[in-house]
Ligand binder design. Structure first.
Ligand code: C2E
Ligand code: MG
Ligand code: MG
Ligand code: MG
Length: 285
């Protein structure tokens, strides 16, 4: 009845929830100055070509060290930045930074690594994003073939028709489009045919349970088969153990990423890591 639901509603605002709302508020207000105060940086995680064991690319992952809040993980501040709209400025910063880093690495002779960056649905929907990318690629003389944009499956589902033109505008720049966290977004698989995408990234939940759960291995294999049938490259994320790498390689997965090969690293550490690397041995054992 209405009396008890009224009481439930009153109880809904618990002290814990108020604390959470305050925390959100605090993250949002600290984030407002994070760019200008130089509190953000990009970590880079290696991506390995399964066939050769060579590092062919890196994924840029946003890091924030706030003097007030300490290190805040992206899983915490990105959803808040998406709601507040701050993600657009953050995303622009990521694009500039990743292109500048690519340029620096090319000049220092580290070779033509592909850099991938994550783009939120909110940013994809802003009309200016193709131009921001085009200008950053030009300014830093990045070959568009060496830039990848990762969009989550839910981003694509959520934005459906209105984003189609945006995706084509990004594709027209010559970069690679991947679907991140593939297999977790309740996808209508029809979209795979309609969107101009190049790559699937199998969500790490499938990889991480592959050894214990044959059904998860079957799903990973099915995703690889589906991707290849559609002419897409397939990447696995969350490769933590040598057995994961071997099984995925045997299943013809094209690229591998995970703690087994390397964690996300600051640029200088990644450079040392790259210089000390020999191709990973995947087929051994
Ligand atoms: P994602 O794009 O799927 O990135 C992969 C996440 O898995 C990263 O977490 C990475 O550190 C982690 N990871 C990599 N290898 C392994 C592994 O072997 N085992 C495990 N357990 N984890 C692994 P991170 O850096 O905390 O980022 C979380 C998410 O935040 C990202 O997921 C992405 O959705 C989002 N994100 C990160 N940077 C950005 C950004 O610049 N822009 C946007 N819009 N989102 C970002
Ligand atoms: Mg990603
Ligand atoms: Mg992912
Ligand atoms: Mg993810």
């Amino acid at each position: 009845d209405s009396k008890s639901s009224g009481r439930d509603t009153a109880r809904f605002f618990t002290p814990a929830m108020n604390a959470r709302a305050q925390q959100r508020q605090q993250v949002e207000s600290c984030l407002r100055h994070a760019i200008e105060r130089g509190e953000l940086w990009l970590a880079y995680q290696p991506r390995i070509e399964a066939g050769s064991g060579r590092t062919i690319g890196v994924e840029a992952l946003l890091r924030w060290h706030s003097p007030e809040l300490g290190a805040v993980p992206p899983a915490e501040f990105i959803p808040i930045a998406e709601e507040s709209g701050q993600i657009v400025a953050l995303g622009d910063w990521v694009i500039q930074q990743a292109c500048a880093q690519h340029d620096a690495w090319r000049r220092s002779g580290l070779g033509e690594l592909t850099v991938s960056l994550n783009m939120s649905a909110v940013q994809l929907r802003t009309s200016g994003v193709p131009e921001v990318l085009r200008a950053a690629l030009a300014r830093h003389q990045v070959n568009p073939a060496h830039l990848e944009v990762e969009l989550t499956e839910s981003t694509l589902m959520e934005t459906a028709e209105e984003t189609m033109a945006q995706l084509h505008a990004l594709k027209a720049l010559g970069l690679t489009l991947s679907i991140d966290d593939f297999g977790t977004g309740y996808s209508n698989l029809n979209y795979l045919n309609r969107f101009p995408i190049d790559k699937l990234k199998i969500d790490r939940s499938f990889v991480q349970q592959m050894l214990e759960d044959p059904a998860q291995l079957a799903i990973a294999r099915a995703i690889i088969g589906l991707g290849h049938t559609l002419g897409l490259r397939v990447v696995a994320e969350g490769v933590e153990r040598p057995e994961h790498a071997q099984m995925l390689h045997a299943a013809r997965c094209d690229e591998l990423q995970g703690f087994h090969f390397g964690r996300p690293m600051p640029p200088a550490e990644l450079e040392r890591w790259l210089r000390s690397q020999r191709p990973a041995e995947l087929v051994a054992a």
